[in-house]
Design a protein around this ligand. Structure first.
Ligand code: TNX
Length: 494
């Protein structure tokens, strides 16, 4: 590892305001100490651990504001760059020769400051420097997400924890888990044990290659771990399509009550819950209640995509019954954009994934005041190949290189869905072709860094040339962390 001091702005996502002061570099010395307000003891612990690892030196704990690294919660100065009240992740990071100060009004801001600082640490150099100056920063969008499909292939909780650590460094703050699909059901639901006995058993997943499921306890632990990284879990139960495994486990829910065979191919659009059957809604309500109880975050994703074998009128009937159930159990419903064919409950959020800007009710929903999440497949789908030779992934939305993932804007994607309608941006990763955490990392990194910057950095400040140069530096950190990122030839990796 080179002992070069980073430039203060050498961070992804690029901060809103960077004021370097090269005369104010902080030199790593032998008496590093961390002090924090009591509310931020957990963040102090994470900082202490990072400093120990980066410098190889001991790091002590200091009381009050006496540390060389200080973590402060600050109520004053609450006028932000975009809003009159700052978003929770707003922070200031100040580096002088004597001290490094992380300051925010709330803990998400302190955590964001910590991620910025982490990218500025002289990793592996016990005598290095942290670049001097001041950063004032806050996100463009509240929702900066990524999705992982754990249905087509399951990943163990420890793999997900490692993935959460990696995405949180990019200030990604939502992890959408696609928990169910035709080939598998990955979350235990009380009263419906066969969902996971069958749907998480051997031979599930695409090609039968990805068995496994979360017990309710494991899921709750994962949600709590994500929260410690300021990541909100967004659980998805995909309905009314993508449900073959439900019918394998519970044939009484099929149209004629007859059993159906399990399927492990990657086809879509052939299965459907039965809209005209009362048992369907008893099942769905049990699932929505259980998932809502296990999930402290505000969102529940009900899927709604590619229901090609659900007659259109049945699709509407189904959604009109099911969408209000999310609200009944205290959640805001998110659904793939297809759901916008019905009048949505006021807080519901369509997630747009189309390639071409043809509308299907999303602009109408935005006009009615709904927030939208942008995930256009030809830019943000992490399962698309980087180029035609990429060994993993699909290409139905084209190939998506790093520049292509970076050089677009969510506010331009769909007429009628501008900045003010956007809750944020999400990069989905479907797992039909993936078999391991290493495969997930290979598809996600570096492109997730591009989506993270789109979600955070002011639009006018984003430039591919700058991003490309900063990405080369981040690659070094990924390598040091053992992250299996794709060394795209578009980047001059260091
Ligand atoms: C479409 S886009 C799907 C998924 C597939 C994915 C593969 C969307 C909401 N659904 O069922 O896994 O393509 O890229």
């Amino acid at each position: 590892m080179q002992a070069l001091t980073r430039q203060l702005g050498d961070v992804i996502p690029l901060p809103v305001s960077v004021r370097p002061d090269p005369a104010a570099n902080f030199r790593i010395s032998s008496d590093l100490s961390v002090s924090a307000v009591p509310e931020a003891a957990d963040i102090a612990e994470q900082l202490t651990e990072l400093l120990r690892r980066a410098t190889g030196r001991p790091v002590s704990h200091a009381d009050g504001v006496d540390g060389s690294f200080r973590i402060l919660l600050d109520e004053s100065d609450n006028v932000g760059h975009y809003q009159t009240v700052k978003p929770p992740e707003a922070y200031r990071l100040e580096i002088t020769p004597e001290t490094v100060t992380l300051r925010a009004q709330s803990k998400p801001g302190l955590f964001a400051a910590l991620q910025t600082l982490r990218q500025l640490l002289p990793e592996g150099d016990p005598a290095g420097e942290i670049p001097g100056g001041r950063i004032d920063d806050e996100p463009r969008f509240a929702y900066r997400g990524t999705m992982l499909d754990v249905a087509r292939h399951f990943y163990a909780p420890e793999d997900l924890r490692s993935y959460i650590d990696a995405i949180a460094q990019l200030k990604i703050n939502h992890l959408h888990l696609h928990l169910t699909d035709d080939q598998g059901w990955r979350l235990e639901i009380p009263g419906w044990p066969r969902l996971t006995e069958v749907g998480g058993g051997p031979g599930t997943g695409v090609d039968g290659a990805g068995p496994g499921f979360f017990t309710a306890r494991e899921y709750a632990d994962l949600v709590a771990y994500a929260a410690s990284r300021f990541v909100t879990i967004v659980p998805e139960i995909d309905m009314p399509g993508h449900v073959n495994i439900v019918h394998v486990a519970y044939p009484e829910l099929t149209a004629d009550g007859q059993p159906v065979p399990p399927r492990t191919d990657a086809e879509v659009g052939y299965s459907s819950l039965v809209a005209g059957k009362e048992e369907t809604y008893a099942f769905v309500e049990d699932v929505i209640r259980a998932v809502s109880e296990l999930t402290p975050g505000p969102y529940l994703h009900i899927g709604g995509d590619e229901a090609f074998s659900t007659p259109p009128e049945d699709y509407r009937t189904f959604l009109r019954r099911v969408l209000p159930m999310a609200g009944k159990y205290g959640k805001r419903a998110i659904g793939w954009h297809e759901m916008a064919v019905v009048d949505l409950p006021p807080t519901a959020i369509p997630q747009y994934w189309r390639i071409e800007p043809a509308d299907n009710g999303v602009a109408r929903a935005a006009a009615a005041g709904h927030q939208v999440i942008m995930s256009p497949a030809d830019r943000s789908y992490l399962d698309m190949k980087y180029d035609k030779d990429t060994p993993l992934g699909l290409d139905w939305a084209g190939v998506v290189g790093v520049e292509r993932a970076y050089d677009w804007d969510p506010a331009d994607r769909l007429p009628g869905v501008g900045e003010e309608s956007l809750l944020g941006v999400e990069a989905p990763l479907w797992s039909e072709t993936l078999r391991s955490l290493a495969d997930v990392q290979f598809m996600a990194f570096p492109r997730l860094a591009a989506i993270a910057e789109i979600g955070w950095t002011p639009r006018a400040d984003r430039q591919w040339r700058s991003f490309r140069a900063r990405l080369a530096g981040l690659g070094q950190r990924w390598a040091a962390q053992g992250i299996n990122f794709y060394r795209s030839p578009e980047i001059d990796w260091q």
